[in-house]
Design a protein around this ligand. Sequence first.
Ligand code: CP3
Length: 385
Amino acid sequence: MASIYSSSISSISAKLTLTPPSNRHPRFCCSLGVAEPQAAISTEPLLLNAVRGKEVERPPVWLMRQAGRYMKSYQIICEKYPSFRERSENVDLVVEISLQPWKVFRPDGVILFSDILTPLSGMNIPFDIVKGKGPVIFDPVQTAADVEKVREFTPEESVPYVGEALTILRKEVNNEAAVLGFVGAPFTLASYVVEGGSSKHFSKIKRLAFSQPKVLHSLLQKFATSMAKYIQYQADKGAQAVQIFDSWATELSPVDFEEFSLPYLKLIVETVKRTHPNLPLILYASGSGGLIERLPLTGVDVVSLDWTVDIAEGRRRLGTDVAVQGNVDPGVLFGSKEFITERIKDTVRKAGKGKHILNLGHGIVVGTPEENVAHFFEVAKGLRY
Ligand code: CP3
């Protein structure tokens, strides 16, 4: 029998026991410390029920970057449409690519195929995503005059294809899974537009933060109001939950996170909650171990942890109000099937019963074997608390 973990956030300690698979799908049954679980009878997607703390029979599962280059079907589309901008800005392609993992793996969340940088051209910041190089910002924003030129974002004018694609996805997925939208957080977006692309040391944005903080604050403010509007737009068009990626906020020391990231995340959450109080918001920051206690202060519903944190400890540190997402190392998907199975079980046990979305700790890595991704979903969907 597998060992037992109990989550401090729940009075119920879930004991997952592995029973020999009686059919093609492995099943893990669970004996609970209290009453038998009752699957929520609801037409709402499992993911939404789990986030809201309703009784669910297993954690919902989806994977960050589940649409993309590890899939042969995506590579075929890339050959025909080599431009990332075209693939992510053409409604038919966005819908087709978003649905590729849905059709094969049936995840509990279907994330829009897009990028956190997609709004930039609508904000007068020209960019491209170049194969082998990543994001390129043609005229990096570095001075007060540059920030002046940044326009507030009007999603319905600048990215109507995002709304159309979400509406189609919502119909296609038909509540069998949750349709997920996403945005970049102000600090992470600012890091790209100030650095001119991806960065190792974040020296340009730190120079700005630590020598001309007012200039950076006015850029962050523009991103905050723009991304709040963008989340509202995505929800109105069909997104049932929205993830905010503050991937690089953890490059900041806690005191600087409190000045340059936290207030803007709070502003986004407060603005969105005023109009969409029931829309779950998920926050992801990569390598967030040093900031965990501060992340729920944003007001989000779910915090997505990376794999460098023990998820049981992470939950204790997050407190009981917030749900948790994660946090299997994407590298596990290069391991043996047995190893993948064990890690899934370990993560689900440690996360405890309920208020958990099973996911990776960051996006799927290019080169991940598709059959391992299939195995991940099969095992995860066969789990029972
Ligand atoms: O999760 C999904 O399946 C939805 C699609 C998605 C993409 N980017 C598509 C994409 C999502 C959620 C993102 C978010 C994103 N984009 C983040 C936050 C998440 C994270 O990784 O921390 C960031 C920082 C970006 C910026 C970005 N876009 C980078 C750094 C790169 C280059 C990465 C690389 O490996 O080349 C991109 C390009 C990009 N966005 C790709 C995909 C599938 C790869 C390029 C391609 O497929 O042609």
